[in-house]
Design a protein around this ligand. Structure first.
Ligand code: URA
Length: 214
């Protein structure tokens, strides 16, 4: 994998993230705990991905005296989970930004070619004015994420940040080479894909583990 610029590829590897990711990878972790861990990891990723949110001064008073505080300067955000596993990360992002709009992109992989087909897309109004946080826990071949990015670009979105939990080197390369402007966040870069395009060592099928459909 080429060495990508740190402004495009962000590895969120705080010790708490690594600890939670190990719990998530464990095959014996329950559905309830998987759901909670995915939500918590999404919060850490959102925290990093929104580091550059613009601030403005606000005049206010503490119980002791007036002061100038800071507040977020009205940045418009949209959280876009890729169905279905991306849904597991939505609540984490909404914990950070309760007013964010939520769009949905439904893509399924062809079992043989592993290429995506869009079956449902619904985006918030004025999507072209929003920073879009695209959520998909597993970046395997990259086909799904590349298609979602192309779809958002075709809708006029300028600022796209993709939040994943585990990536394959191949997926990272495909996504970052497909679009010069996109930013990618992940908690881990794993070794490789297997013949069925699952990430090794990975954590299995994220959708099945989050929704208990194993
Ligand atoms: N999707 C998953 O859920 N897991 C993988 O390992 C690859 C794609």
């Amino acid at each position: 994998m080429p060495n990508y610029d740190a402004s495009r590829l962000h590895i969120v590897d705080h010790p708490l993230v690594q600890h939670k990711l190990t719990l998530l990878r464990n095959k014996n972790t329950s559905t309830k705990d998987v759901r909670q861990l995915v939500g918590e990891l999404a919060i850490f990723e959102g925290y990093e991905a929104l580091r550059d949110l613009p601030l403005e001064d606000v005049q206010m008073e503490t119980p002791l005296e007036p002061m100038v505080g800071k507040r977020i300067a009205g940045k418009k955000l949209a959280v876009i989970p890729i169905l279905r596993a991306g849904l597991g990360m939505v609540d984490g992002l909404l914990t950070l930004v309760p007013s964010a709009r939520v769009g949905h992109v439904g893509l399924c992989r062809d079992e043989k070619t592993h290429e995506p087909t869009r079956y449902f897309c619904k985006l918030p109004h004025n999507i072209q004015d929003r920073t879009c946080l695209v959520l998909d826990p597993m970046l395997a071949t990259g086909g799904t994420l590349v298609d979602a990015i192309q779809f958002l670009r075709s809708e006029g979105v300028a600022d796209i940040r993709c939040l994943t939990i585990v990536c394959s080197p191949k997926g990272i390369e495909r996504v970052l080479d497909s679009d010069d402007g996109v930013k990618l966040y992940t908690c881990a870069i794993d070794r490789q894909l297997n013949k069925d395009a699952y990430i090794l060592p990975g954590l299995g099928d994220a959708g099945d583990r989050i929704f208990g459909t194993l």
